[in-house]
Design a protein around this ligand. Structure first.
Ligand code: GLU
Length: 507
């Protein structure tokens, strides 16, 4: 494939959802696979929906995820500017050109006019659409004639420019993922192309820019499929069909339950993020993203790539380079892909195992909000526990016992597993600890020797020591934990547990 040029064209209306990241990623993979160019174009023509900080957020999030652009608002390029609000002057000419060619017209209907006609239709149980069946009864250049139109324009009467959808044509459109789509033009309305403030609508700006920026493939979300017929008609009306990009509409990312589009509410309900990075909303609330949740960017990218795309070789863990190598649009599913939070964590778990401990240390330290612990100790804990971690933010939670004594004991387990006479040995074992060098092998030896000498079952004493130190039956090897927390802390925890056992368990 020659000179592939694709673009990610978000509107800066808020934070990027993971669906948006996946669209950007598929465009990126496609571009790189074909040695093409990947462009970031900001579609900010709808000033009412503009959200401050959204553009910066989009760029920062994609940068974190490792998705880089060849051209765009932040890196420039031969087709700059890449922000549509800075290209405003371009679009009007194209709209006027369509009028000249008879494919568009001026419409002078006021908001009040439109409101009235909508109400009138509604009163008769119908809904109004500005189209080939109704345009003849509206206030536009087709009904007013050339003279009157000129007069209104010269008086600066506000107008919009609407596309004149051709009547009753059967369109056969091709989508690289969905195949052929058939539609009759009679269901389409005469969309506004240029608004009364002179700004283009999404449709006009999008098609004009794709044409001017020589885009070869439009890869975008399924929500834009209804716009495809109009976009096709625009290419046709402009006379650009020979350079029209090929279209691919990506399936949705579905809720964990498997039906309906994944939303922020699903994330709140199940306790997972839907944004790549933290977003601060207009109320000043900070909503965490996958980054802050504790995802490694490589894991995040790998995970989202496989929601809806399957290279067909059962390979799941893939670097960006491998994904580029394997990527093809025909391996994208037509049906929506379910977001499975457990599977997502599994990906991150795999990447944590592959990451060296010093890198993990740097990331994990960001989650330490209240413990005074040195890097050397943290590194040892990372080494011991990385195979238990799915997301970095849980590090200090599941490993709490390394940093503070247990605040409760699993009494069910104690009662089921430990014979009460074992408790009496706890104070005795402390005496043995007093005399040894604090290294895990020596600790282990001391415990074993004690058990042999006293005829105590090793398993029983170990379980009670674990409960004293951890509070529960979880965690890595006990003597590793004991070595890390130190002799004084170990002894103090055993004493505390003994006191607890004396009053609560030994009666
Ligand atoms: N501005 C549109 C969006 O927000 C772009 C759709 C397209 O890629 O054509 O997603």
């Amino acid at each position: 494939m020659k000179n592939v040029r694709v673009r990610f064209a978000p509107s800066p209306t808020g934070p990027l959802h993971i669906g948006g990241v996946r669209t950007a990623l598929y465009n990126y993979l496609f571009a790189k696979k074909h040695n093409g160019t990947f462009i970031l174009r900001i579609e900010d023509t709808d000033q009412e929906r503009f959200v401050k900080g959204a553009e910066e957020y989009i760029i920062n999030s994609l940068t974190w995820a490792g998705i880089v652009f060849d051209e765009g608002v932040h890196v420039g390029g031969p087709y700059a500017p890449y922000r549509q609000s800075e290209r405003k002057a371009i679009y009007k000419q194209f709209a006027l050109d369509l009028i000249k060619k008879g494919h568009a017209y001026y419409a002078f209907d006021t908001i009040e006019d439109l409101k009235q006609i909508h109400e009138h239709y509604a009163n008769h149980g119908k809904s109004f659409q500005y189209d080939s069946t109704t345009r003849d009864s509206m206030k536009n250049s087709l009904t007013l004639g050339e003279e009157k139109t000129k007069e209104l324009l010269s008086k600066n009467i506000p107008f919009v420019i609407r596309f004149k959808v051709p009547e009753n044509r059967n369109l056969k459109l091709y989508d690289l993922i969905r195949g052929t789509i058939e539609i009759n033009t009679n269901v389409l309305d005469d969309k506004v192309l240029l608004k009364s403030d002179g700004m283009p609508t999404y449709h006009l700006a999008n098609v004009v820019d794709d044409y001017l920026m020589k885009i070869t493939h439009v890869i975008r979300g399924e929500e834009w499929l209804p716009s495809y017929p109009l976009h096709f008609l625009l290419y046709e009306a402009f006379g650009w069909l020979d350079v029209m990009p090929q279209f691919a509409h990506l399936p949705l990312i579905l809720k964990p339950e498997g039906h309906g589009k994944l939303s922020k509410r699903d994330g709140d309900k199940h306790g997972f993020p839907v944004y790549p990075c933290q977003w601060e909303n207009e109320k000043g609330e900070k909503i965490i993203g996958f980054k802050e949740w504790g995802f490694l960017p490589e894991a995040f990218i790998n995970m989202i790539a496989l929601i809806g795309w399957n290279p067909g070789n059962n390979k799941e863990i893939m670097s960006l380079e491998e994904m580029i190598e394997e990527f093809s649009l025909d391996k994208i599913n037509k049906a929506g892909g379910r977001f499975d939070p457990e599977k997502a964590k599994w990906f991150n778990h795999q990447y944590i195992q592959k990451t060296d401990n010093t890198t993990l240390l740097k990331l994990i330290k960001n989650y330490n909000t209240h413990y005074n612990v040195d890097d050397h100790t943290l590194l040892k804990i990372i080494e011991l526990t990385k195979n238990r971690i799915n997301i970095l933010s849980e590090f200090f939670i599941i490993n709490k016992y390394f940093f503070e004594p247990p605040t409760s004991y699993n009494t069910d387990l104690i009662q089921k597993k430990i014979k009460s006479h074992v408790f009496n040995h706890l104070l005795e074992i402390i005496k043995c600890f007093n005399n040894i060098k604090w290294e895990k092998l020596l600790i282990e030896e001391a415990i074993k020797n004690y058990c042999q000498l006293q005829g105590v079952r090793l398993g029983d004493l170990m379980t009670s020591l674990r409960i004293a130190i951890v509070g529960d039956a979880s965690g890595p090897h006990l003597t590793d934990i004991m070595e890390i927390i130190g002799k004084t802390e170990t002894i103090s925890r055993i004493q505390n547990f003994f006191e607890f056992a004396k009053t609560n368990l030994l009666n």
